[in-house]
Ligand binder design. Structure first.
Ligand code: FES
Ligand SMILES: [Fe+2]
Length: 428
């Protein structure tokens, strides 16, 4: 431990701390004993890093605090086979900061060079402490600790994106439809109070029709939800053809709430590459099959042809700002599973999530109620896994500047989402 190996000058019985001289360029960041194979967030010269041992008792590695892909804090990453693996899409980094695996690219894929992390100049252990030199310094070793332990800097927040982010209070969201309550929550003659865009709204139902206070440009009811458009919306509501299919059985998840901005959650709902890492129980491959994105008024759609060994056609549909549909059709049996996700941006740090399943059985048969209940329970558990992942993101919104993140081919839908929200933000 530091106290047994220090070289502080002794004055009587008191140790006098020889503080690390900032001119040395070395910063004490953590006690050696506190750094194992779980990354520890630390700060040096105002920069955020994580320090970790990539194998038990191995030397300490220091890496920047965020994954370059979607800026997830690497404090939430795990050590796997001597590498640090980001928990969102499984990108792996070695001790030199090199990105050595992007699972969505497949075994033969080469990670893009920009995926490599820039390491601090040096990290070293001395006197029971981990020291970090962010920049080159002429002092080749950390200073000896004095008689009292050195004092690490407070841990700074990981750096925010350089460009704009699309948060829940973006002014452009006024001109859009937002879900504010389940229809079943609004009884005849009653009201619900709800948060939308940082404001409180009271939604009434009189003579069957919903109305809002303060007055809104529009209040309507569709897809089993009450919707409010504070100002004239630029885009209409998502079409859900399966909802009108008489043989489809509907099941609702309990509405959920997350501190993550709706844009980030919408990104996760469009993203296939995270499934094996965030939903370990799901039977999903790492490689994301290629797919095109077709622009549509107010959004886009994308149809994924069945990949090798699959007989499922996967369709995504998106309407700005936060209406999403995922439809999976079994091409052999004709069974269809549609998931409709509709997000309510309540406050800067609060999003309510409404999810409806629409299920049609093989050859158009209806799906028994107990099967629907099991599907709803499984979807609720998967949503909880998504929300737990989102809680690690530490971001005020979805980054809109492409170079703030690192997009790979599996991210086409996420790129289209960012474009749609960037268009909305500039009034498009
Ligand atoms: S792998 Fe880190 S955010 Fe995607
Ligand atoms: Fe997910």
């Amino acid at each position: 431990m530091a106290s047994s190996r220090t070289t502080g000058t002794r004055t009587g019985s008191r140790s006098v701390l020889r503080q690390p001289d900032p001119a040395t360029g070395w910063y004490p960041v953590a006690r050696s004993a506190d750094v194992g194979t779980t990354p520890v967030p630390v700060g040096a010269a105002g920069q955020a890093y994580v320090v970790v041992r990539l194998r038990p008792r191995a030397e300490v590695t220091a890496l920047p605090a965020r994954c370059p892909h979607r800026l997830v804090p690497l404090a939430a990453a795990t050590v796997v086979d001597g590498r640090l693996r980001c928990g969102y899409h499984g990108w792996q980094f070695n001790a030199e900061g090199r990105c050595v695996d992007v699972p969505s690219l497949g075994a033969d894929g080469t990670p893009p060079p920009r995926a490599d992390l820039s390491l601090p100049w040096a990290v070293e252990e001395r006197d029971g402490w981990v020291w970090l030199a962010p920049e080159r310094t002429s002092v080749t070793r950390p200073p000896r600790a004095g008689g009292a332990p050195p004092v690490p800097e407070p841990v700074p927040a990981p750096p925010p994106p350089a460009g704009p982010v699309f948060g829940n209070l973006d002014p452009s969201l006024d001109a859009a439809w937002h879900p504010v309550a389940l229809s079943s929550e609004l009884l005849e003659g009653g009201y619900v109070q709800t948060r939308l865009l940082g404001r409180t709204w009271t939604v009434h139902r009189r003579d069957g029709a919903p109305d809002a206070d303060p007055p809104a440009w529009g209040v309507t009811e569709r897809h089993g939800l009450v919707w409010v458009a504070p100002a004239e919306p630029r885009h209409g509501l998502l079409d859900v053809p399966d909802a009108d299919e008489p043989r489809a059985t509907s099941g609702w998840l309990l509405p959920a709430r997350t501190t993550a901005p709706a844009g980030l959650l919408a990104d996760a709902l469009l993203d296939a590459a995270h499934v094996p890492f965030v939903h370990p129980g799901a039977a999903a491959g790492h490689v994301v099959p290629g797919h095109d994105v077709a622009p549509e008024p107010g959004g886009f759609s994308s149809v994924q042809a069945p990949g090798p060994g699959s007989r499922h056609r996967v369709t995504h549909r998106y309407r700005a700002p936060f209406q999403l549909l995922l439809r999976v059709e079994d091409l052999d049996s004709g069974a269809v599973r549609t998931v409709v996700s509709l997000l309510q941006p309540e406050d800067a740090d609060s999003t309510r999530v409404y999810t409806r399943l629409l299920l049609t059985g093989p050859r158009g048969r209806s799906v028994p109620r107990d099967v629907v209940a099991a599907e709803v329970a499984a979807a609720q558990a998967a949503l909880a896994e998504d929300l737990a992942q989102q809680a690690t993101m530490a971001s005020a919104g979805l980054p809109l500047l492409p170079r703030d993140e690192l997009h790979v081919p599996a991210d086409r839908l996420g790129v289209a989402l960012r474009r749609a929200l960037a268009d909305l933000a500039v009034g498009g």
